[in-house]
Design a protein around this ligand. Structure first.
Ligand code: GDP
Length: 202
């Protein structure tokens, strides 16, 4: 299930501009600063790949990376970036939601949640929206190496993970699969790749 090859293919603004070769794909999404670029880099073991999508103008796009010439990792814009003007935020929402609803090759959305802090309202809103629209989702908890600090609610990552799962349980008929990760220790990397391989074979 390892990644041997990763190629940046394209940045798309609209769903209909995304690659049309029918390969299965997984979308990574989460609040800005959740650790999405770090995770992407940890997955592909290539330090600067995700930076391609961090270039100005690319962050608001749907970025397709083709993996092993057989499936895609899709980097979506981070939500909840405080400095983004309201108008821009609404636009992100529109195009990412359009992508979720109209992309038949999307196998699962990987929603990244920072396990080092209490859940944010926006994370819950995002998860509930996906649940209500029956979009398959995998919860990826990030920064699980971070130890508790009083300002982070004084809880361990495992406790934040449990709290979040309690909160979202009502939105889903079956609880979404979840994986605890760290880009510092590479915890969860093989588990994510294995999970993706299993989902592709369904
Ligand atoms: P993005 O905005 O979601 O792409 O987030 P980044 O990948 O740029 O990471 C945001 C910040 O969190 C950076 O300072 C990272 O060094 C830090 N970070 C990311 N992943 C981890 C992790 O697994 N553990 C720890 N301790 N810090 C992390």
């Amino acid at each position: 299930a390892q990644i041997m090859q990763a190629d940046f293919i394209k940045s798309s603004v609209r769903t209909q501009d995304c690659p049309s070769d029918g390969l299965p794909e997984f979308a990574l999404v989460g609040r800005s600063n959740v650790g999405k670029s770090s995770l992407l880099n940890s997955l592909v073991r290539r330090k600067r790949l995700a930076l391609t999508s961090k270039k100005p103008g690319k962050t608001q796009c749907i970025n397709h990376f083709r993996i092993n010439d057989s499936w895609y990792l899709v980097d979506l814009p981070g939500y909840g970036y405080a400095a983004a003007p309201q108008e821009l935020r609404i636009d992100w929402e529109k195009f990412t939601k359009d992508y979720f609803l109209n992309r038949p090759t999307l196998v699962s959305v990987f929603l990244l949640i920072d396990a080092s802090i209490p859940a944010k309202k926006m994370d819950l809103e995002y998860a509930s929206w996906l649940g209500e629209n029956q979009i398959p989702m995998t919860l990826i908890f990030t920064k699980c190496d971070k130890r508790k600090k009083r300002k982070n609610g004084g809880k361990r990552p495992e406790e934040h993970v449990n709290d979040f799962q309690d909160l979202i349980r009502s939105f889903f008929q079956t609880a979404p699969p979840w994986i605890m990760t760290s880009s510092v220790t590479n915890q969860g990397r093989d588990e994510i790749l294995l999970h993706m391989a299993q989902l592709r074979n369904y």
